[in-house]
Design a protein around this ligand. Structure first.
Ligand code: ACO
Length: 325
């Protein structure tokens, strides 16, 4: 049955120029390159400088995605931005990106699902497109987690980084089978009982401050693999596909050990797994589009490839989406 699909027309990303190595963090907190690499796989991360904010990173990534798609902001009618580190409580970062692109039409809003934000945003934009409410959507993941870290807490400050990535989705007709290009399925989950395991200890409606990220890392690790693999299996089931058919697995880049354990449990060969956590750290909602863009630009992800994205984040939230590129 012919159906509308949200097809990826282009992608782009942006990283702040300042790169911070593990060695540099050794001068800040009681940590070591060896500990960080062994526990997480992270070697370096980018940190936003003065004058850079989540929206400026998002605008740069959005411009790159538009250029890659051969489009301008005039061609877009929806901007969805996934972020937990907005420039301001309001207006949304999406409207700031919209304005930065010189776009005065359509609709723009943020989606907040912490590290799962990009998967949520893709799912939401896909629904707008398939419902005929938007023809082309710019889906952005942009974060400046460096601004909500407690830089004296070695258990969290070594894990995160800043950056942004974006994709342009476009309505195209498909046959309604898994051979179609576009978003084939997305499954979203959340369970608010786990709030205390990963949260920010402030906010406009409680402390009237921004607060800092707090995490029970070992607990997050304990839940992560099971949640991720369950939701990826649900996407395989919904699309009648299997791990063998995947071209690429592009997980949220939180920790190399979680990624490896998830891929192994799902039976996905390690050479199909895209890894950027070593050089980007955990950039929350930006990590998947940053990794996608890296793998497209280095020639790994090509038109027609079957790509699974997945993430888990604070809430907990978790989700996965299967995209034929
Ligand atoms: N450098 C050196 N030592 C450290 C550091 C550090 N940066 N951080 C913690 N330690 C110490 C701890 O104090 C502890 O010392 P102790 O034994 O003397 O008490 C020891 O290292 C072990 O600490 P654990 O927390 O048990 O270490 P673990 O092996 O669990 O690794 C880590 C910690 C890397 C955080 C791991 O649990 C993890 O990756 N968890 C998942 C976190 C994650 O992915 N979060 C992102 C989710 S996405 C989102 O929504 C933001």
């Amino acid at each position: 049955m012919r159906t509308l699909r949200s097809v990826v027309r282009g992608c782009g990303s942006y990283l702040p120029p300042r790169m911070v190595s593990n060695a540099e963090l050794e001068g800040l907190v009681d940590t070591s390159d060896e500990w960080i690499v062994q526990r997480t796989g992270i070697r370096a991360r980018h940190i936003a400088g003065e004058g850079e904010t989540t929206s400026t990173l998002g605008i740069a990534a959005a411009r790159a995605a538009l250029a890659d798609a051969g489009l301008t902001a005039d061609d877009i009618d929806l901007v969805v931005c996934a972020t937990s580190t907005p420039d301001h409580t309001f207006p949304s970062t999406a409207t700031m990106i919209q304005a930065g692109l010189g776009m005065h039409h359509g609709a723009a809003f943020d989606v907040q699902a912490v590290c799962t934000g990009f998967v949520y945003a893709i799912s939401v934009a896909d629904k707008f497109i398939r419902a005929g409410e938007a023809r082309r959507a710019l889906v952005v993941g942009a974060e400046t987690f460096s601004r909500i870290l407690d830089w004296e807490d070695r258990t969290t400050c070594v894990l995160f980084g800043d950056g942004a990535g974006a994709v342009v989705l476009e309505a195209q007709e498909g046959e309604g089978t898994s051979a179609d290009r576009g978003v084939l399925a997305a499954k979203l989950r959340s369970d608010g009982r786990y709030r205390e395991k990963l949260y920010v200890d402030g906010g406009p409606g409680s402390t009237k401050t921004t607060g800092h990220l707090r995490m029970e890392g070992r607990e997050v690790f304990r839940f992560a693999v099971g949640m991720v693999t369950d939701v990826v299996e649900a996407v395989f089931e919904a699309t009648g596909t299997s791990a063998d058919e995947l071209s690429w697995f592009v997980p949220h880049q939180a920790n190399k050990r979680i990624i490896d354990a998830s891929a192994d449990k799902l039976g996905i060969a390690r050479e199909k797994v895209v890894i950027t956590v070593d050089r980007h750290g955990n950039t929350s909602a930006a990590s998947i589009p940053l990794a996608l863009d890296a793998a497209v630009k280095d020639g790994r992800v090509k038109k027609g490839d079957l790509v699974m994205i997945e993430a888990i984040g604070g809430g907990f939230t978790w989700g996965a989406a299967l995209i034929r590129w």
